[in-house]
Design a protein around this ligand. Sequence first.
Ligand code: PRP
Ligand code: GLN
Ligand code: MG
Length: 480
Amino acid sequence: MPSEVKSLNEECGIFGVWGTPDAAKLTYIGLFALQHRGQEGAGITVNNEGHLTTKRGFGLLTDVFDSPNAVDEMTGQAAIGHVRYSTAGSNLLENIQPLPFNFSDTQFALAHNGNLTNAISIRKNLEDRGAIYHSSSDTENLMHLIRLSQEDNLDDQMKEALNIIKGGFAYLVMTKDRLYAALDPNGFRPLVVGQLPNGAYVVCSETCALDAVGAEFKFDVQPGQLIKIDASGITVDKYTDDTQLAICSMEFIYFARPDSDIYGVNVHSARKRMGARLAQEQPVENADMVIGVPNSSLSAAMGYAEESGLPYEMGLVKNQYSARTFIEPTQALREQGVNMKLSAVKGVVRGKNLVLVDDSIVRGTTSRRIVKLLKDAGAASVHLRIASPPLRYPCFYGIDIQHVRELIAANKTIEQMREIFGADSLGFLSVQGVIDSVNLKTDAPNKGLCVAYFDGKYPTPLYDYEEEYDRDQAQLQSMR
Ligand SMILES: O=P(O)(O)OC[C@H]1O[C@H](OP(=O)(O)OP(=O)(O)O)[C@H](O)[C@@H]1O
Ligand SMILES: NC(=O)CC[C@H](N)C(=O)O
Ligand SMILES: [Mg+2]
């Protein structure tokens, strides 16, 4: 894996459309707007008069659909698609989604964003009873549970299956005559419904994909809902009442695109408010300017600058093509200052006292590199400010960090981190600062946000991950 890839990996994007010509092409365009959510693999399943065909492969959407014909030949009136970053089951072709299933009586295709916390035990249980899995992905479990259900219609089979799986899931399930969308009881992942000018419905991870295909936003799918779209239109149903919103706060901090709205909150504006709150909580005296770390922290840096009355400057630039390179500098070259991703703008930062705003620290790789870059470029001082609290606990609902040993803030104090990064000072936003800045309109705990990565308080039992989590925590205690 190239070392210049993202440190904090995203967690899959899904897109589905029902009842329109060029469904596969629209899905391609929608997925293109969701590419930031996953770059390991991509795929589209098209439904042509009830016949489902899937094309999927490794890499970016443009790697999988590498000629105009690749999408044009997928004719049909409905489609679902997926861009993947794996959380369960490695980066193998059979795990790339949509997962296609051909039964003697029908066909299905599944696309999933999130991570199931009881996938291992469901699989073990079903394999003991003779089930044969196609993939090593957690996603596949839903298909087995639907087919094993004794309910007499597909709506009820879906509901039964959705009540058995646990954890984080936004699912799209397409059959020959309908498209289902379902969200887990905590709504860990965003999922929205929109409508095209011709009346066709779209369901996807973020509103930026609705904008990309010219669809009008209709509503956010709510925790526990099961949506059905078919020839007779859209039906909004639910599979459980036992729900409580706990959407991933990292969606607002880092994952989602700034032009997306989640539950009515614009992501860029939420980040700006986090930056402004950070300026109040962690001010810097005698600074000359605020700079952000492209791309995701620029909104927070703008908010910090506005609140503190300091100029917002471009002190770092990011090479737009860095995500696409598989050729990386060796460690020796890196030590000589070779950097393929970020560069300092020397003419701006030389001799200046900088407030450097990033949105998060995961392994600490970025912070270490950029403080050095800026100092090498002649910055007089670098005060690092992070627009989120220290990430100390793993996520089991769809982000790929599952071990605390990977998280620098779980192992080091703030002063130790400051020293490792070579920064002149280091400060983080409080958990309450995140909650107040996002400010979702709900009575749920933490105003509807999951902040478990910061406080270790998970909104659900961890099921199959419980033992591993306890072991990790014990190991961490012994290291302290
Ligand atoms: O502590 P680390 O392990 O280095 O991870 C944290 C960094 O990773 C993310 O940015 P990323 O490089 O993924 O790119 P982006 O900001 O352009 O989305 C995040 O915004 C931080 O900058
Ligand atoms: N990041 C995700 O949402 C991943 C979906 C699914 N768990 C997979 O591994 O493919
Ligand atoms: Mg970043």
